[in-house]
Design a protein around this ligand. Structure first.
Ligand code: ZN
Length: 481
């Protein structure tokens, strides 16, 4: 398959495939199992950098990392009835060991609430041990029947960060939900990813949860992608698994739990959202390579070698200052060909160093995001690069937030909402009375998905778009991934 440069906002799906492959992030569609992709070395480094941000934020807020088995027996998975109903059509089953049929079917974990609660039941006995916050970063498996997409809709989600917490009371668990939301805001801010936070409606909660709060972002094509969820599980799982703890007043009771997850989609959004027609623009906070030096050949061989030496010297200076830099030493490719390659990799800063820079002991700095450039003295390079990296990080965040905000519209008429979604996509907020019936009708009439409603009170002086009763809040509707 020939993959050529595609328009970022016009032809996003093709653009994304092109970037993942040509930028050597992720090889998708060629491994012989549907819905499973391969992280290539460069993409793997980006993934590691994103995981580090997540891990640091969880570790510093008292979460402890664990690692549970991949397999969950069928009888355990089916213990919480809503939970199994929500997942049974998407579970991969292991039914044989060698040529023998297994006594109990084993599921490849689609998520780990029951697995973790089973062990918590053995480990946790008293309120004195609470709150308890565990997390793991693992593969989960879902037998997706819709069309799969690289990093976005997979059968193996390879970067599933799932946190699971235990609390004495409902309110303690609610406070944990709030902490999780704050942690996620920090994660997405670090990644310069804008988001909309909604409470999912009752008909679209996580299977087995009392409340589901979700972070959604808008992709370049206007479709909305869920990038993080936080669930208040109440006592549903502890009750189903007969997990009790001793409370402060001496009584035995089921503890309250929460769980929250982030997946490969966070990485997909980092690559997709800060792009242009030349490729992605990785935020400096996670870019595996922050600076690339492209030497510009001189008229003669000796001059070219001196330029190369000077380029390597500058790059080493940056590396010594913890700014990951690479010099492109390829002698076959032209500078233009090299620009093309490093742009698809999303490297935020390019240094162009040629005979002119060598003669004047300067460096030419070019920003990937807005093409601004600066010529600075060799001694000033480190400080200038640091400054420019910070500016890029900030500007990417601002640009992405502005773009997201410009794609949220209000419509007090269902036809208008439908039109917006069909033409510009993004998110439409419509006045809503709060009833499930009207919510489902809104979904049906707009031919879109309901994301939910704002978690803060929203004053709406309008009538519900369906029943014309006074609206209690707005319902957010979007075309989704
Ligand atoms: Zn209504």
């Amino acid at each position: 398959m020939q993959i050529t440069r595609e328009k970022w906002s016009k032809n996003f799906s093709e653009w994304f495939d092109w970037v993942l492959r040509e930028g050597e992030f992720y090889d998708y569609g060629r491994y012989p199992v549907k819905g499973m992709g391969v992280w290539m070395p460069y993409g793997f480094k980006l993934r590691q950098n994103i995981i580090s941000i997540i891990r640091n934020l969880l570790d510093s807020t008292g979460h402890e990392e664990v690692l549970f088995p991949l397999l969950i027996p069928e009888d355990l998975l089916s213990r919480e009835s809503t939970h199994i109903k929500g997942f049974e059509e998407e579970v991969f089953w292991v039914t044989k060991g060698g040529s023998e049929d297994l006594d109990v079917k084993l599921a490849l974990r689609p998520t780990s609430e029951v697995a973790i609660t089973t062990m918590e039941n053995l480990w946790l006995k008293s309120y004195k041990q609470l709150p308890k916050k565990y997390y793991q970063i693992v593969s989960v498996f879902r037998y997706e029947t819709k069309a799969t997409r690289p990093m976005i809709r997979l059968r193996e989600i390879t970067t599933f960060k799932e946190a699971h917490t235990v609390h004495e009371t409902y309110d303690d668990a609610q406070r944990q939900v709030e902490e999780a939301i704050e942690i996620y805001k920090k994660i997405f801010n670090n990644l310069a990813i804008p988001y909309v936070l909604s409470e999912r409606p009752e008909w679209d909660r996580f299977a087995g949860a009392l409340h589901t709060y979700a972070f959604d972002t808008i992709m370049p094509d206007g479709k909305v992608m869920q990038i993080g969820t936080v669930h208040h599980l109440g006592q549903n799982f502890s009750r189903a698994l007969d997990f009790k703890i001793q409370k402060k007043d001496g009584s035995l009771d089921y503890p309250h739990q929460t769980s929250y997850g982030i997946s490969d989609r966070a990485i997909a959004s980092v690559i997709a959202i800060h792009g242009d027609d030349h490729g992605p623009i990785l935020p400096p906070s996670v870019a595996p390579i922050k600076v690339v030096v492209v030497p510009i050949p001189a008229k003669n061989e000796e001059g070219t070698q001196q330029v190369m030496k000077y380029s390597i010297e500058i790059c080493e200076m940056l590396n010594k200052n913890n700014i990951t830099c690479v010099t492109d030493q390829d002698t076959e490719k032209t500078p233009g060909e090299k620009f093309y390659i490093w742009e698809i990799k999303g490297v935020p800063i390019r240094l162009e160093i040629g005979p002119r820079e060598l003669a004047s002991s300067t460096v030419f700095i070019k920003r990937r995001d807005n093409l601004k450039s600066y010529t600075v003295k060799k001694e000033e390079v480190v400080n200038k690069v640091k400054e420019v990296l910070n500016e890029i990080q900030e500007d990417l965040r601002k640009r992405a937030w502005e773009s997201l905000k410009s794609r949220i519209e209000y419509a007090n008429d269902i036809e208008k909402a439908k039109n917006i979604l069909e033409n510009n996509s993004g998110i439409v907020e419509v006045p809503w009375c709060g009833s499930k019936e009207c919510g489902l009708k809104i979904e049906e009439l707009t031919n879109a998905r309901v994301l939910g409603y704002p978690i803060e009170d929203r004053k709406v002086n309008d009538k519900c778009v369906i029943c014309k009763m006074n609206a209690k809040t707005v319902l957010r509707v979007a075309k989704t991934y």
